[in-house]
Design a protein around this ligand. Structure first.
Ligand code: CMX
Length: 432
């Protein structure tokens, strides 16, 4: 058993027993109530699942096992320029402990050893028109690996319930190891005439991904380490994570549940907003005929978008009520690494202009930027302007959180998810 798995197994058994005992004693304790607004308003704030890997605070933002993004940046083993290695975040999410450098290096090696992608994935992707949306290619690529599922095979062989988490662990680790290769293959076939770049096994997970995409720029590698860390997890209630959890609760294997979650991420109100942001900015630049729009010009363009009854992409959030710390982390990166970029200056001007305008609408609960407001401008700066690919990058990162959480869910023996729906007649009846 590898050291991460060993460490996880010890902790999981303890928490499994503890939770069972708590449930036995306090199972009937009331822990909240549900309002009509929550029933008809997308279940905001209703507590209905256990998610060990991270917790979202409306004001402070994401905490990975209690650590903020600046703390994670400081404490996790990092690359040469000081950006955290996502391998370390995965270790932290799975065990609750900050890993040593040796532990993270061991995990990098483990993922390298697991990273070979079955041939049928490439032939399946090659059968699709190259202009198929990259997120569609991504989910098809993931599903083309499903026949390799360790969980699926062992379940058919009659594996006992106590071993489920072990098989989920194996699938999750294999999937995470392979995703950068699948994603880079999609990028190169869609945008670089199918000229693929072999993996470099001397590199960490993020730098190798950057390399396979086509860049060996040290600053871009650092961006990828940061990007793949901060997009990894946002507790369990967001649409992609919750989808993974729901599908996995049927004992569908990680390939199937993760692919389902990626289809949720591909919606413009969720992860696809990262492509929508840069598309919206490019259209503004074209319409105005300048790469350095003034705040007044931006204000006018924002107003036109709102008048057309469209959302301002990259702004607002279902939980957050302050600027997203993931936005701030990307801004800090730009301040440190990038000088004189019209596009990044524009992103910052939009940040000055949009919140008061959204506030004036009187209905937007959070007028601040979210994670997607900044990421595209950074990617364009390093030469990646093919924005339809951006949500795939988000998805590769999100695998770390949802799959780590999925291993926990199975280890804790969580049951089939099955909340209650009601009819409008039932609501009217209650109000009588
Ligand atoms: N621009 C214009 N209107 C907005 C808005 C925005 N950025 N954000 C919210 N609103 C509107 C809503 O559409 C809603 O209008 P109606 O009542 O007319 O339907 C109203 O304000 C209230 O919405 P809310 O309670 O503040 O926000 P929700 O929790 O319903 O939705 C979100 C959250 C993210 C879907 C919404 O803010 C939005 O559409 N933002 C733009 C898309 C985006 O950036 N998504 C990425 C989120 C992060 C991620 O998952 O990656």
């Amino acid at each position: 058993m590898d050291s991460l798995k060993q460490k996880f197994a010890e902790k999981a058994l303890i928490l499994y027993k503890e939770l069972r005992a708590i449930n036995e004693e306090h199972g009937d304790k009331v822990m909240g109530e549900v309002t009509l607004n929550q029933i008809t308003g997308g279940a905001r704030g209703i507590k209905m699942m256990v998610w060990e890997t991270s917790q979202l605070d409306a004001v402070k933002g994401i905490r990975f096992r209690g650590y903020s993004i600046p703390e994670v940046k400081e404490l996790l083993p990092s690359g040469p320029q000081g950006e955290p290695l996502p391998e370390g975040l995965f270790w932290l999410m799975l065990t609750g402990d900050i890993p040593t450098e040796a532990e993270v290096n061991g995990l990098t090696k483990d993922w390298q050893n697991r990273s070979e992608v079955p041939k049928q994935v490439y032939t399946t992707l090659d059968s699709l028109p190259p202009d198929t949306h990259p997120m569609t290619q991504f989910t098809i690529g993931i599903m083309a690996m499903q026949s390799d599922s360790v969980f699926d095979r062992r379940y058919a062989e009659g594996m006992p319930k106590t071993d489920h988490w072990d098989a989920i662990y194996e699938d999750s680790m294999n999937l995470i190891a392979r995703l950068p290769r699948v994603a880079a293959y999609i990028y190169r076939r869609a945008f670089k005439d199918g000229e693929h770049i072999p993996a470099d096994k001397s590199l960490d997970w993020s730098a190798n991904f950057a390399h396979m995409l086509g860049s060996n720029d040290e600053d871009f590698r650092s961006l990828m380490r940061l990007y793949l860390t901060i997009h990894a997890d946002h507790e369990g209630g967001n649409a992609s994570a919750h989808t993974v959890n729901l599908v996995a609760s049927t004992l569908s294997d990680p390939y199937r549940s993760f692919a389902a979650g990626m289809n949720a991420l591909a919606g413009p109100l969720h992860g696809l907003a990262n492509q929508e942001v840069i598309k919206w900015i490019f259209e503004m630049i074209e319409q105005l005929g300048t790469t350095t729009p003034t705040k007044e010009q931006i204000q006018q363009y924002v107003q036109e978008t709102l008048d057309a009854r469209k959302v301002i992409p990259g702004y607002g959030h279902a939980v957050l009520r302050e600027p997203d710390p993931r936005f701030t982390a990307q801004r800090r990166f730009a301040e440190q690494y990038i000088k004189d970029s019209d596009l990044i200056e524009t992103v910052w001007k939009i940040f000055d202009v949009v919140p008061p305008m959204l506030e004036d609408l009187g209905k937007v609960k959070n007028p601040w930027p979210n994670v997607d407001a900044h990421s595209g401008a950074l990617l364009v700066h390093y030469g990646f302007s093919e924005y339809s690919f951006y949500t795939v990058l988000f998805g590769v990162s999100r695998a770390l959180g949802v799959l780590a959480a999925g291993i926990w869910t199975r280890a804790l023996g969580m049951p089939l998810e099955r909340p209650k729906s009601v009819t409008s007649d039932w609501i009217k009846e209650q109000l009588k």
